[in-house]
Design a protein around this ligand. Structure first.
Ligand SMILES: Nc1nc2c(ncn2[C@@H]2O[C@H](COP(=O)(O)OP(=O)(O)OP(=O)(O)O)[C@@H](O)[C@H]2O)c(=O)[nH]1
Length: 395
């Protein structure tokens, strides 16, 4: 019988969309282990949604001035109108000045600004109206302002956020609610406040679940779109995208970035003698073996049929060669007749080889792999004899 903890865990994880793999479940809680591709696409989606929301608020916020004018006396109506115009201008500048750049910090900043504007508006307007004796229709309209925090917290549901991000974004709104209540003390209706606050906490919970399930679908979609269906490693298009991104990051920080071009030796003969299915099994086993030896930040990409590209951020040429020696020692698997699977491997590194384009990095690693192939296979080539490396700049 399964232990109770395992049953409970299965029931709980069963609540999440089933497309997620077990290793991906923690990604719903925090963003720290997200792959750069996921982080990049999520950041773009968040900024686009912030801009959409900001556009709607920029248009809708000033429209309510007509209602304020009809129900409130001066100076309250024009003070509120002024605040609305300011808020609308702030929303409009978010739309105009924020462009999605795939950077998560940028996305957080955009979201924080989107929520900060109405939160400030809410605290200021609520406080302003609290200073006036309102009755009848104007009291009813003023109580409508109290719904703003509900709208904000419900708005969180449209963003694909992790649990921790949801809580961090919701907390200023909940704290603002407490601040407003504090400002009204001692005239505060405490039971009404507790009821309202509890409702806000519930909405936060529902929004967090909605955001996390959006994120879960996004994780599954990004995986399907970026992985090779046979081996499960990254497809070539996503490998190119990741390499370009890693190259930009490494260039900015002056960090090394190594790539290894791995081409299996005499793979065709496996297909020819044992069939395509046997060849597929060798490819799958080989990628598992490589992944078992990788660092967490390393990325394996299927570049073509039996060609793979290993991307190793923060790794210089010497470290890359060491990692590949470890990999060859571990073994790439066995051919159907029992002989070990071998590969010809070419390595290149951004700093050591003085390259300023990710395509040149791949080209040089490919060139060195070809040299390894030509000179007996089953070896790693990290540099060609003097003068034969075509892309390396003269010192
Ligand atoms: N089973 C299987 N075979 C594949 C797949 N993709 C490519 N191949 C085969 O991989 C073989 C590659 O053959 P070659 O390029 O001649 O290379 P090789 O036999 O490994 O020889 P060397 O690279 O020179 O050592 C071809 O027969 C392709 O059909 C795949 O997904 N599954």
């Amino acid at each position: 019988m399964k232990p109770l903890a395992e049953i409970v865990w299965q029931r709980l994880t069963g609540l999440m969309p089933g497309e997620l793999k077990k290793a991906e479940l923690p990604w719903l809680a925090t963003p720290f282990q997200h792959l750069s591709l996921l982080a990049n696409r999520r950041a773009t989606m968040i900024v686009n949604r912030v801009r959409l929301f900001a556009f709607l608020f920029a248009v809708l916020t000033p429209m309510w001035i007509v209602v304020d004018f009809l129900v409130f006396a001066s100076p309250l109506w024009w003070q509120l109108a002024l605040m609305r115009v300011l808020a609308s201008a702030a929303f409009a500048s978010l739309v105009l000045f924020y462009q999605p750049r795939g950077n998560l910090l940028d996305a957080y900043r955009a979201m924080a600004l989107l929520f900060l504007i109405p939160t400030l508006f809410y605290v200021a307007s609520y406080n302003l109206m609290g200073a006036h004796e309102l009755a009848g229709l104007s009291a009813a309209v003023s109580s409508g302002y109290a719904f703003l925090p509900f709208v904000l917290l419900a708005g969180l549901a449209i963003f694909p956020l992790t649990l921790i991000e949801n809580l961090i974004l919701a907390s200023p709104i909940l704290i603002a609610q407490i601040v407003v209540a504090g400002l009204r003390w001692p005239h505060l209706d405490l039971p009404a406040f507790i009821g309202t606050f509890w409702l806000l906490v519930l909405i936060t919970g529902v929004s967090a679940l909605a955001g996390m399930s959006q994120l879960a679908f996004m994780i599954a979609l990004v995986r399907q779109a970026t992985r090779d269906p046979l081996t499960g490693v990254f497809s070539r298009s996503s490998g190119e995208e990741m390499l370009e991104l890693q190259f930009i990051l490494a260039s900015r920080s002056g960090a090394p970035l190594a790539v290894a071009f791995v081409d299996l030796d005499h793979f065709k003969s496996i297909n020819d003698h044992y069939g395509h299915e046997a060849g597929d099994k060798v490819l799958i086993a080989m990628t598992r073996n490589i992944q078992a030896c990788l660092r967490r930040g390393d990325m394996l990409t299927r570049w073509g049929g039996e060609e793979f590209l290993l991307i190793m951020p923060n790794t210089d040429l010497e470290q890359a060669v060491q990692a590949l020696a470890r990999l060859r020692e571990h073994g790439l698997g066995a051919r159907p007749e029992g002989a070990p699977v071998t590969a010809s491997i070419g390595v290149a590194e951004r700093l050591g080889d003085a390259l300023d384009d990710w395509r040149m990095l791949v080209e040089l690693a490919d060139h060195r792999m070809y040299y390894a192939k030509q000179h007996g296979r089953n070896q790693v080539c990290a540099a060609l004899p003097d003068g034969q490396d075509p892309l390396v700049k003269a010192a």
